[in-house]
Design a protein around this ligand. Structure first.
Ligand code: 5GP
Ligand code: ZN
Length: 114
């Protein structure tokens, strides 16, 4: 995807602080963190949103879950708790149309979000 900022980060065309990477997933620090820990877990394949998940690509959700658990433990937020968020579509607050999971932690989370 030529104009996708996350595809550019995955292809190392623009820099990012990479926290984790494997064949399917990359995790980076969010450029505008909303919590002391704010990571973005991103499938390397361009999938526009959670609405594009289907039986052929759903395996990525398992891998992202594994990476989220690993990074939560590594950041020592696994016991205190954290939030894993997928904003979807305009009203859902999605601003980058490449599926990503926000992993937020290190502070008390309020509910409902704004
Ligand atoms: P969304 O609003 O789509 O749920 O989340 C997009 C997130 O990507 C935002 O939290 C925003 O700060 C982050 N973001 C946008 N552009 C960049 C970038 O170039 N680098 C990094 N590291 N994060 C970005
Ligand atoms: Zn993309």
């Amino acid at each position: 995807m030529m104009d996708c900022v996350f595809c550019k980060i995955i292809n190392k065309e623009i820099p990012a602080k990479v926290i984790y990477e494997d064949e399917e997933v990359i995790a980076i620090n969010d450029i505008n963190p909303q919590a002391p820990i704010h990571l973005l877990l991103i499938p390397k394949k361009h999938i526009a949103s959670i609405m594009e998940i289907n039986k052929d690509n759903a395996e990525i959700l398992k891998q992202i879950t594994k990476v989220a658990q690993h990074l939560a433990r590594e950041s020592s937020i696994d016991k205190k708790g954290f939030r894993l968020v997928v904003n979807t579509g305009e009203e859902g607050g999605q601003t980058v149309n490449h599926l990503h999971f926000h992993l937020l932690g290190g502070r008390f989370m309020t509910w409902p979000p704004g």
